[in-house]
Structure formats: structure tokens, C-alpha cells
Design a protein around this ligand. Structure first.
Ligand code: PLP
Length: 488
């Protein structure tokens, strides 16, 4: 027996999957965001050995509903406000399902004409939506980490005289250390790219940010000058538009000036906030984007596209192609002028991710997407206003988009080990208490050395009613904890 399952069984299972997912999405908000499981609980309920004989899909779907669905963290929950809240929206899920059915591997134009051409078109839609000039070319990757890695590989390749692609960097004493610059707020994927590219983690300069968590151009200029003076070779700057902790926006125009002056590649990591450029008023908050050599934007973060989908926009796609194109005989094809997507990165095989992004953009429309982003930002501002107006809390950072960073203030009465440490402990306990209650999941960060709570609004099911509930829960939890602290 070597066939797939009978069509009738597949059809019935997919009908059931449609119902199961629609029911899940309708009811997800009634569940606790975090499942009540301890490490190892799920594994303990899974058979150690694989089944030798076949099992009907219906039984598998029963097990899915019993074992898997209740034991995930519900990222599609309206109370999921941790990290960057995301949405696997209905059109995105439809696109994912269809991509699974087609199962194309879009490595070459020949192996998937529609996937290749749709990817180019849909990335160009995104470029237009963000107001970027036509020379930017989009390429879809799994994650922003990959987009940053590809961008920095292109930077390394085009740097004059290095010949890193052919000769490598190891064992070449004539090549000075190549340095990267990014802010102290930038994502760790920049460090990982330096590690993978053989530049070395020690060559990443974490440039100081200002009181609003934006890279300081003067500090960047100093770091570049210091490296030059020490005989190192500055290679690239990674600016961030929408940093992971606070969504601050680095001053891209000033950074671009420094890159132009020193001949450095400028990559803008706009993984979360880049999509906000589709709203003209928010685009105005991220000037200079078009001066970047490359920009990473994740529709899977704040454009309602299921994980994974990150778009790398490069100003001159020839740089990416020069860094990566390599065609073995068994992949040689002869259609003139086509794009073979394998030429623009290190991966050969690739999923048909453009399909879900196409569905999302069409099903909501650009105006619909703008409205949804604006709504999230409005809700974030309202939450921030409540925090600011309440003496028991303080805002920890400006709120340029849909993320609010805040903390409980320390009751004036007690601070045995100093306000800072006590306040940190109070906020750690507050986060644990709020997350244990069930309806919400917030995360944390550290800003200026102080423990800070982070609430991100990015799920399409999150409404003002949820934020009212969150606010009540925060105030009640804070009052209980402060009461305990005072009475100790
Ligand atoms: N860049 C920024 C600014 C981020 O906030 C994140 C993740 O939150 C990343 C990059 C990494 O994203 P990915 O998981 O797509 O690699």
C-alpha cells in the first residue's frame, strides 16, 4: 500500500478542521491564555513509540482537541498582550491551508511560476503600501532574524576588497575585524547574525540610546571613529524602527547620513512597526526609511498574517543575488529573465508564504488594514492615559504605536532595600499575579535597569472591553500586593 488516504476521508477531515478552527477562534477568548500545564505534562500523555498501524484521521482530530488545542499558549487570544501580540487572521489561515494543499517548493520559477510571481507582486504591494520607492525589491523569509542575516550577508559581500564569499574570512590576517553597530535596544537577532556570518559577537557595538530609547547618532559616530582609529573596519549599521521593548524609533535620517559618510550599509529592522508605514501619519514617525539599503518588515507580527512571514526589502536586489546566487547543474533552468527565488538567500526550498499575505491584503483591503492598526494604537494610547492618570502606576516609555510599557510605583511607606529593588520585586509579583488570573498574558522587559511590564495590542480580537478588564485586574492586583507589602 503506497497511496495517500482516500479522498473521502481527507474531505471529511478538512470539513471537520474548518468547524474545529472556526469554533476555536469563536471561543478562544473564554479560555485562559496560558494553559494549565507544567513542563513534561504533554509529553507524559503522548505515546513513547509511534503507531505501527494506521489510525483514522477522526481519531487524530479527537486527540488534537483533547491533547494539543487545550495545551498551547493561545496566541490568537484577545488577552494575549505579551511580546508582540499577533493574529492568525481568517484570510491568512485560508492562505496557509491552501499553501499546504499545493505543497509547492518555490525554489525556482520553473518549480512554481505562480508562487514566484505572486511573491514578487505581493511584496511590491507592501512596498507601495509603505510608501517606499520602486527600486526596493521584496523577498519573503521565515523570520526577521533571517531577513537581518541576509541583509548583513549582502553588506559583507558588497564591501570592497573583502571577497568573503570566495575566500572566507578565517585565516586572513590582512582583513581587519568587521564591525556592526546597533543600539542597546536592538533585537538579539543582530548579534546572532554577527555570530553566523563569522564576524564575531565581539564586533557588535551596542550604541547607547537616549532617554526615549532611540539610538544616539553622536554615540554612533564616536563608536565608528574609535573602531577606525583602532584599525577595525566598520561594515554596517542596523537601525531599529519599533524596538522590541518599547517600539522606539531610531533617528534613521541622521544614521543614514553617517552611513553615507563612512560607506556603511544601513539595514533597518522594522520587524514590528514597519507595517505601520501603511498609515501616512505613522509613516511620518519613521522618516528616512527610503534611505536604507535594506528593510525587514514582518507581516506575521502586526499585519495579521499567520507565522511565519517576514519581508526583506532591498534597495538593489543585485546585492542580494551577488551574495547568494549559486546554481548547481541539477537546478539549472533556461527561462530567460525569470526570478529564481533560491538566488536571493541561502535556503533552497521555500514555502508558498505569499499566498497568505495576498489573502490578508485583499480580504481586509489597504484601508481596512490601516483602520485596524489605528484602532490598536488608539487602544494603546487609552491604556497609557489610564496608567498616567493613576498615582499607583507610571508609564515607562513613550507609546509611539501599540505597545505600552509601564510599572507599578512603590508605595511610599516601604522600601527596605531601596525603592529600585523593592519596586522591581513588586512588579515581578504583579506580572505573575496578572498572568496567573487567566484572561491576560503580559510580558516584561528591563528599562534603565528597572523591571517593566509590557502590554502589546496586536490581536484583532482585542477590544476596549478587554482593556477595561485588564485595567481592573491590574489595579486590583496592585492594590492587593501593595497592601501586603505595606502590612509586612
Ligand atoms: N527584530 C525586532 C525588532 C523584533 O522585535 C523581533 C522579535 O520580536 C525580531 C527582530 C525577531 O523576529 P523573528 O522572530 O521574526 O526573527
Amino acid at each position: 500500500m503506497s497511496q495517500d488516504l482516500p479522498s473521502a476521508e481527507f474531505r471529511a477531515a478538512m470539513h471537520r478542521v474548518a468547524d474545529l478552527l472556526a469554533d476555536y477562534l469563536e471561543g478562544v477568548g473564554e479560555r485562559p491564555v496560558l494553559p494549565a500545564v507544567a513542563p513534561g505534562d504533554v509529553a507524559a500523555r503522548l505515546p513513547v513509540a509511534p503507531p505501527l498501524g494506521p489510525q483514522p484521521l477522526d481519531v487524530l482530530l479527537d486527540d488534537y482537541q483533547r491533547l494539543i488545542e487545550p495545551n498551547v499558549t493561545h496566541w490568537n487570544h484577545p488577552g494575549f498582550l505579551a511580546y508582540f501580540a499577533i493574529t492568525g487572521s481568517a484570510p491568512g489561515i485560508v492562505g496557509e491551508a491552501l499553501a499546504a494543499g499545493l505543497n509547492v517548493n518555490a525554489m525556482l520559477w520553473r518549480t512554481s511560476p505562480a508562487a514566484t510571481e505572486l511573491e514578487e507582486r505581493v511584496c511590491d504591494w507592501l512596498r507601495q503600501m509603505m510608501g517606499l520607492p520602486p527600486e526596493f525589491h521584496g523577498h519573503i523569509n521565515d523570520t526577521a532574524s533571517t531577513s537581518t542575516l541576509l541583509a548583513l550577508a549582502a553588506a559583507r559581500h558588497q564591501a570592497a576588497g573583502l571577497e568573503a564569499r570566495t575566500r572566507g574570512l578565517a585565516g586572513r590576517p590582512e582583513v581587519p575585524p568587521l564591525t556592526l553597530y546597533t543600539s542597546d535596544q536592538a533585537h538579539s537577532s543582530v548579534d546572532k547574525a554577527a555570530i553566523v556570518l563569522g564576524l564575531g559577537h565581539d564586533q557588535v557595538r551596542r550604541v547607547a540610546s537616549d532617554a526615549e530609547f532611540r539610538m544616539q547618532p553622536a554615540a554612533l559616530a564616536e563608536a565608528i571613529a574609535a573602531d577606525r582609529a583602532a584599525g577595525r573596519r566598520p561594515l554596517a549599521v542596523v537601525a531599529t524602527v519599533g524596538t522590541t521593548s518599547t517600539t522606539s524609533v531610531d533617528p534613521v535620517p541622521e544614521i543614514a547620513d553617517l552611513c553615507a559618510e563612512h560607506g556603511l550599509w544601513l539595514h533597518v529592522d522594522a520587524a514590528y512597526a514597519g507595517v505601520a508605514a501603511i498609515c501616512p501619519e505613522m509613516r511620518a514617525r519613521m522618516p528616512g526609511l527610503a534611505r536604507a539599503d535594506s528593510i525587514g518588515v514582518n507581516p506575521h507580527k502586526w499585519l495579521f498574517t499567520p507565522v511565519d512571514c517576514s519581508v526583506l526589502l532591498v534597495r538593489d536586489v543585485a546585492n542580494l543575488r551577488a551574495a547568494f546566487a549559486l546554481v548547481p547543474e541539477y537546478l539549472r533552468t533556461d527561462e530567460p529573465g525569470v526570478t529564481n527565488l533560491m538566488d536571493l538567500g541561502f535556503q533552497l526550498g521555500r514555502r508558498f508564504r505569499a499566498l497568505k499575505l495576498w489573502m490578508v491584503i485583499r480580504a481586509f483591503g489597504v484601508e481596512g488594514l490601516r483602520e485596524r492598526l489605528r484602532e490598536h494604537c488608539a487602544m494603546a494610547r487609552e491604556l497609557a492615559a489610564r496608567i498616567e492618570a493613576d498615582p499607583a502606576f507610571e508609564l515607562a516609555a513613550p507609546v509611539p504605536f501599540s505597545v505600552v510599557c509601564f510599572r507599578a510605583r512603590m508605595p511610599a511607606a516601604v522600601a527596605p532595600e531601596g525603592i529600585g529593588a523593592s519596586q522591581d520585586r513588586l512588579n515581578e509579583r504583579l506580572l505573575a499575579k496578572v498572568n496567573a488570573a487567566g484572561p491576560f498574558f503580559l510580558s516584561h522587559t528591563v528599562l534603565n535597569g528597572r523591571y517593566t511590564l509590557h502590554a502589546a495590542i496586536g490581536n484583532l480580537r482585542t477590544t476596549r472591553r478587554h482593556l477595561d478588564e485588564l485595567w481592573l485586574l491590574l489595579r486590583r492586583s496592585e492594590a492587593e500586593l501593595a497592601g501586603e507589602t505595606v502590612s509586612k
